[in-house]
Design a protein around this ligand. Structure first.
Ligand code: GRF
Length: 191
């Protein structure tokens, strides 16, 4: 059995998909949801599913390595960042390496980096007149959106699509692909 932790700051629709996907899985278990916001809806979602929740303070995250201890105590094998907005500190990158992925709502290396999240991304894609956008699942390092790419999927953008339309198409791809890709990565760890 591999325990995974989901880190999320917001609504958690990806977290929901992942939790539901692994609900009946005998080998992979979502056992912890970590957020930097005590009011994040993703925490209520975790509660609803009987999953342990943890709220991080900036100080604890960046100035101590207590989180690492907590993850070790819970035997967390893999970390999934699903809309987690804080930059990951080096101690966590060092400890997890290829056992931690993020999802980004565009085709990296385009439209990534600091400040490129949520609707900022889709507005930039629209402003550039792109004909496609998509998702990128990538390993995590100490710089925003620069870790090695694991998986990408694309969707067409029609000229009349608004940034909101693009966001909808991209989110749909996230929901479709994120959990199966995580499953594959976690399965490969055991080989
Ligand atoms: C997703 O678009 C993801 O790509 C980004 O943050 C968003 C999270 O959405 N990193 P949700 O909270 O899972 O609905």
């Amino acid at each position: 059995m591999a325990n995974i932790a989901i880190f999320a700051s917001g609504t958690g629709t990806n977290a929901r998909k992942i939790i539901e996907y692994f609900k009946e899985n005998a080998n992979i278990h979502v056992s912890l949801v970590v957020s930097n916001k005590a009011t994040a809806p993703v925490l209520a979602l975790a509660e609803e599913h009987g999953i342990e929740q943890m709220v991080l303070s900036r100080r604890r995250f960046y100035e101590t390595e207590e989180l690492l201890e907590s993850l070790k105590e819970r035997d967390i094998r893999f970390i999934v960042l699903a809309g987690f907005l804080w930059l990951i500190p080096e101690y966590l990158v060092r400890a997890f390496g290829r056992r931690m992925v993020n999802i980004h709502p565009a085709l990296l290396p385009k439209y990534g980096g600091k400040g490129m999240y949520g609707m900022h991304v889709h507005r930039a894609v629209k402003a550039a007149g792109e004909a496609v956008s998509g998702i990128t699942i990538h390993y995590v390092n100490e710089r925003y959106d620069e870790g090695g790419i694991v998986f990408q999927a694309a969707c067409p953008i029609d000229p009349e699509d608004t940034p909101e339309d693009i966001a909808r198409k991209v989110l749909q791809l996230e929901h479709q692909h994120f959990a199966p890709v995580v499953e594959e990565l976690v399965r490969n760890l055991n080989e």
